[in-house]
Design a protein around this ligand. Structure first.
Ligand code: GUN
Length: 295
């Protein structure tokens, strides 16, 4: 078994982005992203801080808007409208989850699709289904595809099984694997909480993508020997031996499954670091498309 080192692959991608962002800036377009954080959810604050830091390291300008948790939907929509019109901003990200009184779907739909670097807008999800090259692909699914590509795993003709059907991971990654394109072209099965005996399907997978949102969902008996296993889970487990009081575990029983799989992503250090790298990559792509429209 070998580990897919998401940290290392992510660092390589960030170096490439840094070079391309500098070249674009030299031609007069500095890539820029606006990040909106409503409230002070500690996990969201730490994600947003990591995103800002990654932008600074790669030469992407970030514009941070922090709004109090009592912010009304109208106020948030008017901030998005302002950023939609700002020429320096090529990407807009509203950190989720939002406070309960705000309709996430209305907020996502208010972002111009050409600035939706999260890839959550229905236009971008539709383009993903169609296989359009100018779609923004949501960052975790895009990161999974990039991990496979850079690890030399060609999904073409393979049986990929996706465990999970969320709008931000399961559905998009299944559709990416299905595309009639290089780096995809897999036969895809999607399993979910309504699938009885998911193991019957996962055991057939050459590539198993696990985004179930529950620790130890996949045990060794559910994995075909030699399969490639991608663990998207990020679960906090109480651990008094840690300063933080918790440790992160994935959805896969890593120790047992790594004895069966040919390649496997660890948690942390697998899919996680790729998500921010894909956000940077989408922002660079948006800035390039913007520069192309200007010239
Ligand atoms: N919250 C957790 N993950 C994400 C993400 O990828 N994008 C946004 N906007 N919010 C998140």
């Amino acid at each position: 078994m070998s580990i897919i080192d998401g940290k290392k692959i992510s660092a390589e991608i960030r170096e490439e982005i840094k070079r391309e962002a500098a070249a674009l800036a030299a031609q007069g377009t500095t890539p820029g992203i606006a990040v909106i954080l409503v409230g002070d959810n500690p996990a969201s604050v730490s994600y947003v801080t990591a995103k800002e830091r990654a932008c600074a390291e790669t030469g992407i300008r970030s514009f941070m808007t922090r709004m109090p948790s009592e912010t009304t939907q109208k106020e948030l929509l008017s901030e998005i409208e302002r950023l939609n019109a700002d020429e320096r901003v090529h990407g807009i990200l509203v950190q989720l989850p939002l406070p309960k009184h705000i309709d996430e779907s209305a907020v996502i739909r208010a972002i111009l699709p050409e600035k939706d670097v999260d890839g959550f807008h229905p236009v971008n999800l539709g383009k993903l289904l169609l296989g359009d090259d100018d779609a923004f692909i949501s960052c975790t699914p895009a990161g999974i595809m990039e991990l496979l590509r850079r690890s030399g795993v060609d999904p073409s003709g393979k049986h990929a099984v996706v465990l999970g059907r969320s709008n931000i991971v399961g559905k998009p990654v299944a559709n990416l694997l299905l595309q009639k394109k290089a780096g995809a072209n897999a036969t895809v099965t999607i399993c979910h909480t309504g699938t009885p005996e998911a193991g019957k399907f996962t055991r057939k997978a050459d590539i198993l993508i696990v985004a179930a949102g529950r620790p130890r969902t996949v045990t060794a008996d559910m994995v075909k020997p030699g399969a490639v296993v991608i663990d998207v889970g990020v679960n906090r487990m109480l651990d008094s031996s840690r300063k933080s009081g918790f440790r992160l575990v994935g959805d896969v029983d890593f120790e047992a499954v790594s004895a069966v799989a040919s390649l496997i992503t660890p948690v942390p250090g697998g899919v996680g670091p790729m998500t921010i790298s894909m956000l940077l990559s989408n922002t660079l792509k948006s800035a390039k498309l913007h520069a192309g429209r200007q010239s």
